[in-house]
Design a protein around this ligand. Structure first.
Ligand SMILES: Cc1cc2nc3c(=O)[nH]c(=O)nc-3n(C[C@H](O)[C@H](O)[C@H](O)COP(=O)(O)OP(=O)(O)OC[C@H]3O[C@@H](n4cnc5c(N)ncnc54)[C@H](O)[C@@H]3O)c2cc1C
Length: 482
């Protein structure tokens, strides 16, 4: 039988596998994406992209296609006894180096459909109805056998196959699940209500806090309803909603999605196996939906992983670089699980009976996770911090710093004048930015990085910082990867 060769096999075409494949395409990697389903998700699941994801989408050139489809939301409100008790958004408004200080409320199907379409356009469509039967590591390569009998050989394999990952199971990666015995109903649809509708996330306080109203794109709204038992019907969830928002009333004119789920929490013990097989997204971390972090964290996994594979496959970097995927992403996953875990438990348990207010306080306290903007690699300093975004002017046209970044490259940002342009490897682009109008083609009035040279990773985290005469030292760090 003919064995097909490729750089990377990606098992799973949910948002994370699709993003891995698209980023791989941007880097010129050969990928094959396999999914057992017939097509991308049509309804339901994740409902919000956080501010960090919006920045990453700009780097991948996907922002403009998605942003107009969603609704912005930066306010968490508490409703009790027939009125709003509080409306807060300070943790969004205070974000520095960020041009979109809000969630973009947009359902997961939009992201999947766009990426699925893009992969078709670039000639690497998802191979649908492809069920993985076996995976083996043979002589340092990954051999994947499909249920159809087809065989693929790849240098690397990514398991982006969701919470019941066969890749994770196959390699017996421990994934111990905590079940806090909390059950949610989730309903998407078109509502009719005399409630004063606002584009805010509303947490309702009754005896506890068991209803949350999430604004969504288009004409739909979402309700999460914490149920007391696993056995319930739609009517039970609707009566909880009506009790929470009393004296107002609500009914659904149309229901697009109704689902029940029990909260499960886990982080896989390993995110990579011998730096050959990697787990990403729900395959290596699952948790409650509170805080809207599942999809966002999975997409950030994809952005963290693919440039490293690109460096190793296409640019001869040492395979040691791949070990940093788990080093960087596992602590993030643990913090995400802790955040959503604290949030979900607060809906049920409160010392003072102020569940909804407690909830919003936790959102504020853990806003670095919720907005995605508090994620960093390493303890402190500019190295490992996300690059700030700000407006600048290029060739007389107003644009933003993130629009100049390219996912397939490192960016050396020089904020000021250097005597001589450094010799750059082909995976580094130089962007000289003047801090005075008219001094060069690209200029900004932001003083964030004035007088510094910043080396930025493809996933827009800072790799290193130097003074303007220390640029060559920054680049030396990159060539030492070999
Ligand atoms: C009700 C609900 C609400 C949510 N709300 C949010 C939210 O607001 N914000 C947020 O960030 N996240 C949210 N999430 C979580 C989010 O949906 C997941 O984190 C996200 O889907 C994970 O993406 P993934 O690509 O890792 O996995 P999945 O989306 O699960 O995709 C896995 C893919 O792998 C395929 N697959 C599985 N096994 C195989 C196999 N053997 N062979 C081939 N293909 C296979 C599947 O068909 C699927 O397409 C929510 C989830 C739910 C259920």
């Amino acid at each position: 039988m003919k064995i097909e060769e490729t750089d990377i096999v990606i098992v799973g075409a949910g948002p994370v596998g699709l993003m891995c494949a698209y980023l791989g395409y941007l880097c010129g990697l050969r990928t094959v994406v396999l999914d057992k389903s017939e097509g991308p998700l049509q309804v339901g699941r994740a409902d919000a992209l956080n501010a960090r994801t919006l920045q990453l989408l700009e780097v991948a050139g996907l922002f403009d296609a998605l942003y107009p489809l969603g609704k912005t939301c930066n306010t968490s409100s508490v409703w009790e006894g027939g009125k709003f008790l509080s409306r807060q958004s300070s943790w969004w408004e205070e974000l520095e180096g960020c041009l979109h200080k809000h969630f973009l409320m947009l359902g997961q199907p939009h992201i999947e459909k766009l990426l699925d379409e893009k992969l078709k356009e670039v000639g690497t469509p998802v191979r649908r109805q492809s069920d993985v039967a076996a995976i083996e590591i043979v002589d340092g390569t990954c051999v994947t056998e499909l249920a159809s009998g087809a065989v693929l050989r790849s240098r690397y394999l990514i398991g982006a196959d969701g919470s019941r990952s066969v890749v994770r199971e196959h390699f017996r990666v421990p994934f111990e699940i905590t079940r806090p015995q909390i059950v949610w109903a989730v309903i998407d649809g078109v509502i009719e209500s005399d409630f004063p509708k606002v584009p805010e996330i509303i947490v309702f306080q009754a005896e506890s806090s068991d209803v949350a109203w999430i604004p969504r794109e288009g004409d739909i709204d979402r309700f999460y309803v914490r149920m007391d038992t696993k056995e319930f019907e739609l009517e039970d969830a609707l009566s909880k909603i009506n009790r929470a928002m009393s004296p107002h009333e609500l009914r659904f004119k149309r229901i697009d999605w109704f689902s029940r789920f029990s909260v499960k929490e886990s982080v896989a013990e390993r995110f990579s196996l011998g730096d050959r097989v990697f787990l990403a997204g729900d395959a290596c971390h699952i948790h409650s939906v509170n805080g809207g972090q599942g999809l966002n964290t999975g997409l950030a996994d994809a952005f963290n992983l693919m440039w490293k594979l690109n460096r190793v496959i296409n640019h001869g970097a040492s395979a040691r670089l791949l070990g940093t995927y788990e080093d960087e992403r596992k602590p993030v996953a643990l913090s995400v699980v802790a955040t959503s875990g604290e949030l979900v438990r607060s809906t049920k348990y409160s010392e003072n009976g102020t569940h909804a207010q407690d909830y919003v306080k936790i959102v504020q306290k853990r806003s670095g996770n919720v907005t995605g903007m508090g994620i960093r690699y390493g303890e402190s300093g500019l190295k490992g911090q996300r690059l700030f975004d700000f407006e600048l002017t290029k060739s007389g046209v107003r644009t933003r710093l993130y629009s100049l970044l390219e996912y397939s490259k490192f960016s050396l940002l020089v904020f000021g004048k250097i005597s001589e342009p450094p010799a750059l490897p082909d995976y580094v682009q130089l962007i000289e930015i003047s801090c005075e109008e008219g001094e060069s083609d690209v200029w900004t009035d932001s003083g964030y990085y004035k007088g510094q040279a910043i080396l930025v990773r493809p996933d827009s985290y800072i790799e290193g910082v130097a003074s303007l005469d220390g640029v060559n030292l920054l680049l030396k760090g990159l060539s030492d990867d070999k």
